[in-house]
Design a protein around this ligand. Structure first.
Ligand code: ATP
Ligand code: LTN
Length: 329
């Protein structure tokens, strides 16, 4: 089974990214044949960005992934822009992508509403590049958080339409969204997902935050009326904390509810804070060591790109041939 996923380059990866996605990448690395993980710098340029920071953000993200447990000798870890097949396939796939489908993408609507200046055509095309990332490797399985569901449905539609029109060339990918923790919510506004672009930092726990910050943010998380530690639709704050604790402890939400039955929110939040601090501490420590050696990170990414390119180039040759683009194979 071939696994593929992508992650945006920021040094600000948060607990939602970690629980919803990075955790799955690490679990998948020995199941994938191979497992391929890509730092998507070309997706990052679809909104305003600083060219200097983009490069260093790629290293930050690669270091976080390795610190989290990805082993570049057991998976392929690379930078998207190093494998040019992604951009070529984006254009080729644009001929089987429905304009109307792109118009329906909720992430485009949300992100374009936030832009104060230019809404780039790249932002609109973002899902096509994402489909190309996946389809260039004939990935069977794509681990993502819940917010990527619509993009994955589009990638499946694009692959299906391509195959109908040009023959069975591409693999229609499945995706996995974790049962618990697929949508970690902002600690101050538990009706919105925890996000890099949150209006305020107070509700966001970052993987690299110092323990004191994590503790403070979790302990001041918004809880709901009542005093019971149990999940309910009208208790989004407590539900979120229960999910977080169950994931970081490797137990079930039911076990967490049973353990804290009858105890107040204060005790419960203290336990969540402590568990999250313990969960992230080793990642932060390994990160510090890895991030210092930028030359090594660069080499790791280049090696990964070389291996990725071998796979993608073969798929691209098949795609071009099926589409009648370029000389006959
Ligand atoms: P953000 O909104 O924080 O910028 P993103 O989805 O735009 O995140 P990435 O960093 O590329 O950008 O996301 C990496 C992975 O993290 C994706 O698979 C995404 O589904 C997942 N993810 C993002 N936010 C959350 C969240 N709050 N809970 C669970 N998973 C999440
Ligand atoms: N859009 C994704 C990142 C991403 C991705 C991918 C995820 C880019 N290409 C391919 C899975 C497969 C996001 O999380 N923001």
């Amino acid at each position: 089974m071939r696994i593929f996923s992508g992650i945006q380059p920021t040094g600000q990866k948060h607990l939602g990214n970690y629980i919803g996605a990075i955790r799955q990448y690490v679990e998948g690395q020995d199941k994938g044949d191979p497992a391929i993980y890509c730092v998507v710098d070309l997706h990052a340029i679809t909104v305003p960005y600083d060219p200097q920071r983009l490069r260093s953000n790629v290293y930050d993200t690669a270091a976080i992934l390795i610190a989290a447990g990805l082993d570049p000798s057991r998976c392929i870890l690379f930078r998207q822009s190093d494998v040019r097949e992604h951009t070529e396939l984006t254009w080729l796939l644009s001929s089987v992508t429905a304009h109307g489908d792109l118009n329906r993408m909720t992430q485009f609507k949300d992100k374009s509403a936030k832009q104060r200046e230019l809404v780039s055509a790249g932002l609109y095309f973002y899902p096509v590049l994402m489909a190309a990332d996946i389809l260039a490797y004939r990935a069977d399985m794509v681990p993502v958080g819940d917010d990527q569901r619509q993009h994955l449905e589009l990638a499946r539609d694009v692959a299906e339409r391509f195959n109908e029109r040009f023959g069975e060339v591409l693999t229609v990918p499945d995706f996995t969204i974790p049962e618990v923790g697929a949508r970690i919510m902002d600690l101050q506004d538990p009706t919105s997902k925890m996000s890099t672009t949150a209006a305020s930092d107070a509700g966001v726990v970052r993987v690299l935050d110092p323990p004191r910050t994590i503790e403070k943010r979790v302990k001041s998380a918004v809880t709901d009326s009542g005093a019971e530690v149990r999940r309910a639709p009208d208790k989004p704050g407590v539900t979120n904390l229960i999910e977080i604790l169950s994931v970081v402890r490797g137990s079930t939400p039911e076990e967490v509810e049973a353990e804290f039955d009858g105890q107040g929110y204060g005790t419960f939040k203290g336990a969540v804070a402590e568990a999250v601090v313990e969960y992230l501490a080793p990642v932060r420590e390994r990160y510090e060591a890895l991030r210092g050696d930028e030359a090594k990170l660069e080499q790791t990414l280049l090696d990964g790109a070389e291996r990725a390119r071998t796979i993608a180039a073969e798929v691209l040759a098949d795609v071009r041939d099926a589409m009648g683009v370029g000389p006959a194979a």
